[in-house]
Ligand binder design. Structure first.
Ligand SMILES: Nc1nc2c(ncn2[C@@H]2O[C@H](COP(=O)(O)OP(=O)(O)O)[C@@H](O)[C@H]2O)c(=O)[nH]1
Ligand SMILES: [Mg+2]
Length: 289
């Protein structure tokens, strides 16, 4: 569990965070926005574009090991159609990280050309990581740092205290990510962040959350989910999600005295198994066509 899981955003905190990010943005030429590949919409910060303005951006669809591969490809195509470079990464195994430096090079090529035209030969260009809590910023930075040369220490002209990692020839990455808030005033967004474990479930009723997750699972019908709970004989369109939670609890023998099903325990188990990827690779949000 990340310490960031406990972040509570309040107006003063958001203002402070915004100021810190604006200060860091002055030091970089591009931004890498980390999203959760399972919920690319809900894991976005609603104000990022306003903050970074015209700075080139790379989108990292992280935790792609837990997302549906076809869905991730569709997201990458969707971003490409918007003129945005997106890559799928998995900080658990390191998969996809080799595409990071080329993607950064790609989005910075115009800027490099402009500087070259001004007579600057091979200038050092810099990038920073931003994202909401728990999306994998620290995991990404640690991975990339390990795979690349040692940290570049403070340099003249760069604010004291900033550390940089060399990620390619003439490209450095700031070691401290910008932590941004999700669109937390949207109930649907909050729910999806809770499904993935990005926000604490104490703020939401566990059984209700499990039932809402089952709404998705019932319509998506992932094979691993059906096999795991032996639901082959159940017509998922004929029952509601609360009934399905009961079915799952029963299949797992989660009974309380009197033979009643312990739906609370079933809910906790379902959410745990979804979060740990045991129900299969499931994407909950698709690009609009
Ligand atoms: N399965 C999987 N888990 C990941 C991946 N990246 C990060 N995590 C996990 O997600 C949680 C939050 O990651 P962390 O790097 O602390 O997020 P941060 O708050 O954005 O810095 C941790 O438990 C990580 O192990 C990934 O690509 N795949
Ligand atoms: Mg972190």
């Amino acid at each position: 569990m990340s310490e960031m899981q406990n972040i509570q955003w309040f107006p003063g905190h958001m203002t402070k965070t915004k100021r810190q990010i604006q200060a860091s943005l002055k030091l970089v030429d591009a931004v890498a926005e980390i999203l959760d590949a399972r919920i690319p919409l809900s894991s976005k910060n609603p104000d990022l574009q306003k903050l970074i303005q015209n700075k080139p951006k790379v989108v990292l669809l992280n935790k792609c090991d837990m997302a549906n591969q076809t869905a991730t490809s569709r997201w990458i195509d969707y971003y490409a159609s918007q003129g945005i470079t997106a890559i799928a990464v998995d900080c658990k195994s390191g998969k996809g990280l080799n595409k990071f430096a080329p993607a950064v090079n790609n989005v910075l090529s115009e800027r490099r050309e402009r500087l070259k035209a001004k007579g600057m030969v091979n200038p050092m260009l810099r990038i920073m990581i931003v994202g909401i809590p728990n999306v994998g910023k620290s995991s990404f930075i640690n991975r990339v740092a390990k795979q690349n040369r040692a940290k570049v220490e403070d340099r003249p002209g760069v604010t004291r205290g900033n550390q940089w990692y060399s990620i390619a020839k003439n490209i450095e990455m700031l070691d401290t990510p910008g932590v941004l808030w999700p669109k937390f005033d949207d109930k649907i967004v909050g729910e999806r962040l809770a499904f993935t474990g990005a926000v604490k479930d104490q703020i939401l009723d566990t059984e209700l959350l499990a039932v809402r997750l089952l709404d998705f699972l019932r319509s998506l019908k992932p094979a691993d989910f059906i096999a795991r709970f032996k639901l082959e004989d159940i017509d998922l369109d004929a029952i509601d999600s609360y009934e399905l939670l009961n079915v799952i609890g029963k299949k797992r023998g989660m009974l309380i005295s009197g033979g009643e099903i312990n739906t609370e325990r079933a809910a906790i188990m379902l959410l745990d198994e979804f979060r740990s990827g045991k129900l299969g690779r499931i994407t909950l949000e698709m690009p609009e066509r």
